[in-house]
Design a protein around this ligand. Sequence first.
Ligand code: SF4
Ligand code: SF4
Length: 154
Amino acid sequence: MSVSRCGSCTLCCRIARVPELNKPVDTWCKHCDIGKGCKIHESRPDSCRNFECLWYTNEDWPADLQPSECKVMFERLEGTDVIVAQSSRGYENAWQKPLVQRFIRMMVEREGYAVIVRTEGVHQKHMILPKNRTRESVWAEVKQFAERVGITEK
Ligand code: SF4
Ligand code: SF4
């Protein structure tokens, strides 16, 4: 993305999938001016407009939790109670840093979100669940989200 609060972080424009542009995960968007921002900001697709980077939307989150700093991008899947914490390529263990763990625990234990943890380019995922939810129910929610936004591949 990169608007004023994002500074030089353009991580979502690499990690996130953009169905309208056939842009897969973990690949730079052709419209990204890396480290600067979106070259088509005014006409960017709906999935970019609806993308919910939790650091961006929570102004009280600390500066060192910005994705470019902590190497983990927290995204809430639109319309769900599922958060995906995605570690930047080469920083597979970034989600285990105490600061990141503190926010994952807060979202799971206090807010009731399920958190799926993945690393760019790595197939394996972890899931951290609140007490009242199951892996199956969370995957069902993710599947519904994918269908709603037009994601057909795994
Ligand atoms: S990952 Fe978040 S902070 Fe970084 S550019 Fe995207 S919206 Fe901004
Ligand atoms: S269209 Fe713009 S906001 Fe969307 S992924 Fe590409 S560079 Fe980022």
